[in-house]
Design a protein around this ligand. Structure first.
Ligand code: ADP
Ligand code: MG
Length: 240
């Protein structure tokens, strides 16, 4: 579903992604771990081309990433992304936020988009808030709306970049629960997170990054119980 080969990315003199090789089969849940500044967000952002790469190839579902135009809009719809900050449109209701992508990008009919929004808001447990505005919802609720909004495009892949880092602790689980159910339903997911319990429970695979490189690529159990590199041991020593 995702194929990255020989990917290099610089920001000026800073080499942020070094020779990234990553193949993610359909349905796999990949947890991306690593210290701050190791390139986790940049890696995610290259997969939906929020960041272009300097060298190498990236393909989603067999299609090389387009660089512009309608093809790029279609790619962005296929690759849903949920960020730390929820980025909902403040002046649109929850329902309108979820309907926007399907009507604008997918050219869905209004009634159809409304039905989809209703179904997805039920799925993330906030159908009863559909007519409210984002500021009237808690952070956890807003993040669940952001997930519903991405799902409304019927994506092939979902990228999550620290989706619970900005939330009060009591709201973390309601978001992780939605992500866990998505994982169980077979969504292909790349998840940058510091929630180690979730990583162990829901992850099929752990990618550990340091200085722009994938240093370890293994299953969660092996990563957490028998990390090989000093960088990973050091990282785990600090967080566990
Ligand atoms: P992580 O998500 O693992 O914390 P990032 O991918 O955000 O790491 O950043 C990797 C490195 O690239 C960091 O040193 C960061 O400061 C730098 N960086 C990220 N985005 C930019 C940018 N737009 N311009 C310049 N440097 C950037
Ligand atoms: Mg980051």
């Amino acid at each position: 579903m995702i194929a990255m080969h020989g990917v290099q990315k610089h920001f000026g003199d800073l080499h942020v992604l070094r020779d990234i090789e990553l193949d993610v089969p359909a349905g796999q849940v990949v947890i991306v771990l690593g210290p701050s500044g190791s390139g986790k967000s940049t890696l995610c952002r290259t997969i939906n081309r929020l960041e272009p790469v300097d060298e190498g190839t990236i393909a989603v579902d067999g299609n090389p990433l387009p660089s512009e135009g309608k093809a790029l809009a279609a790619l962005r719809a296929d690759v849903g992304m949920v960020f730390q900050s929820f980025n909902l449109f403040a002046h649109k209701t929850i329902r309108e936020n979820v309907m926007l992508g399907p009507t604008k990008v997918r050219k869905a009919k209004k009634e159809e988009a409304e039905k989809t929004a209703q179904r997805l808001l039920e799925r993330v447990g906030i159908a009863n808030q559909a007519d409210k505005y984002p500021a009237q919802l808690s952070g956890g609720q807003q993040q669940r709306v952001a997930i519903a909004r991405a799902l409304a495009m019927n994506p092939k892949v979902m990228l999550f970049d620290e989706p619970t880092s900005a939330l009060d602790p009591e709201m973390v689980n309601e978001v992780l629960d939605v992500m866990t159910s998505l994982a169980k339903e077979g969504m292909t997911m790349v998840v940058v997170t510091h929630e180690m319990g979730f990583a162990r429970r829901a992850g099929d695979r752990v990618i550990f990054m340091a200085d722009g490189q994938i240093v370890e690529d293994t299953d969660p159990e092996t990563f957490f119980t028998a990390p090989k590199s000093d960088r990973a041991k050091d990282f785990l020593g600090k967080i566990l």
